[in-house]
Design a protein around this ligand. Structure first.
Ligand SMILES: Nc1ncnc2c1ncn2[C@@H]1O[C@H](COP(=O)(O)OP(=O)(O)O)[C@@H](O)[C@H]1O
Ligand SMILES: [Mg+2]
Length: 390
């Protein structure tokens, strides 16, 4: 029987000390250190002045399955706060001053339920998908945003985060019409506090379910995101999300190179024009030079594709000496509408070929089609082998 892992997010230090002393006296219970990124079976959270923010954070942590159940505590909770606590499914509200008996009873009840529940598959190992533009304006942000939305689509149940690595010119908030409270520089400034709860608090949540980590909005010395910091952030995000979609813009620097190294797939976004294809070729050789190990993990996507274009896909593939992995149709109206309304393409033009193509791309990445094909193949094999046996 494994220990019950408890995470404490307590603002008041004396309350924290009291709770720690009581909880550590229980057998089979362990308190997670702040930098421990394992899933907590139980989160004990003290509500502060910004209750709305607290509730949102708790819901997000539950959504991505970083915590199982929640106990809340607060100094003088208003009745409506207790109502909210019930609504988000908090299992207990611990009174202050802390009452050791209440804690004991709460833990006994929790343990009883935990013993009955089946152990869950909890270790996440998210995939990093990086989109890199062969030139500005080829549609890297459009594709990153809409791919993330498709991957997060409700029935797929994937937790998805969209990371903007366009220094200074990050446009993801505009594409999704969100007003982020924080951005990457907040993490860089407080790198010592980096843990799942802190990181989740920095992210903005879009109504499609996609979480967003915006880029720095201005440049300040000492707040640059170094490769080391990027590595820590991405490693943590991999534990929290199923997919990490990075909009790398056109930048290749030490920090983006770190992201490339950690990526499961790198998509180079191009259009069918000679300058862009020539850049794509250069990018492919640069990635090889920096030692990016597996060429099959690099995929070229042609955006704004028109069938009757002068350059054909075959020309393009011959020019860059690599197959074209995917094409996204040209659709000026749909993309413009989407940007102007701050909505994903699936909302403004759900039946358009461009939205369909992005949906299929997401499906292809998730690998659903492959799995279906595989199982069909197996079944087929089973039938034929029976036939031959007969
Ligand atoms: N498939 C497409 N068809 C037509 N226009 C597109 C398409 N993809 C992107 N665009 C348009 O191209 C412009 C640049 O897109 P954006 O995503 O901001 O590019 P980048 O991030 O590469 O600079 C936008 O006006 C966008 O609407
Ligand atoms: Mg962009």
């Amino acid at each position: 029987m494994n220990d019950i892992l408890v995470k404490l997010e307590i603002k008041n230090s004396s309350v924290r000390n009291e709770l720690e002393a009581i909880i550590t006296s229980f057998p089979g219970v362990a308190i997670l250190r702040p930098d421990d990124t394992r899933r907590a079976d139980l989160l004990i959270y003290e509500l502060g002045d910004q209750v709305e923010n607290d509730f949102q954070l708790i819901e997000s942590l539950k959504n991505v399955n970083l915590v199982g159940d929640v106990f809340l505590t607060a100094k003088n909770p208003a009745p409506e706060i207790l109502m909210r606590a019930i609504k988000i499914g908090a299992k207990e509200f611990l009174a202050q001053p802390i009452d050791p008996n209440q804690i004991k009873q709460a833990f006994d009840a929790f343990r009883k339920k935990a013993d009955e529940a089946k152990p869950k598959d909890v270790v996440k190992f998210g995939r990093i998908l990086t989109l890199l533009g062969s030139k500005g304006g080829v549609g890297t942000t459009t594709l990153a945003v809409n791919l993330a939305v498709e991957l997060a689509e409700e029935k797929r149940r994937n937790a998805v985060v969209l990371v903007d690595m366009n220094r200074l010119y990050g446009e993801i908030p505009l594409f999704l019409e969100i007003k982020p409270k924080y951005n990457l520089s907040e993490i860089t400034k407080h790198i010592n506090r980096l843990d799942p709860t802190f990181l989740m608090d920095i992210l903005s949540k879009h109504h499609t379910g996609v979480y967003v980590l915006p880029s720095e909005s201005y440049w300040k010395e000492g707040e640059k995101t170094t490769p080391k910091i990027m590595e820590r952030i991405l490693s943590l995000l991999k534990r929290m999300f199923d997919f990490i979609v990075i909009d790398a813009g056109t930048s290749i620097d030490d920090t983006t190179v770190k992201a490339f190294e950690m990526s499961d797939l790198i998509f180079i976004i191009s259009v069918l024009s000679l300058p862009c294809l020539s850049n794509t070729s250069k990018l492919l050789s640069s990635l090889k030079e920096i030692g990016y190990p597996q060429p099959e993990r690099i995929r070229v996507i042609i955006n704004r594709y028109i069938k009757q274009s002068e350059l054909t896909l075959k020309d393009a593939a011959e020019g860059i000496k690599k197959d074209i992995y995917w094409t996204i149709p040209n659709d000026y109206r749909a993309t413009m509408n989407a940007i102007n309304q701050g909505l994903p393409l699936s909302s403004v033009a759900s039946n358009s070929p461009i939205a369909k193509s992005l949906k299929d791309l997401a499906e292809n990445i998730i690998g659903k089609k492959e799995t279906e094909k595989e199982s069909r193949g197996k079944l087929w094999g089973w039938f034929t082998s029976r036939e031959t046996a007969n």
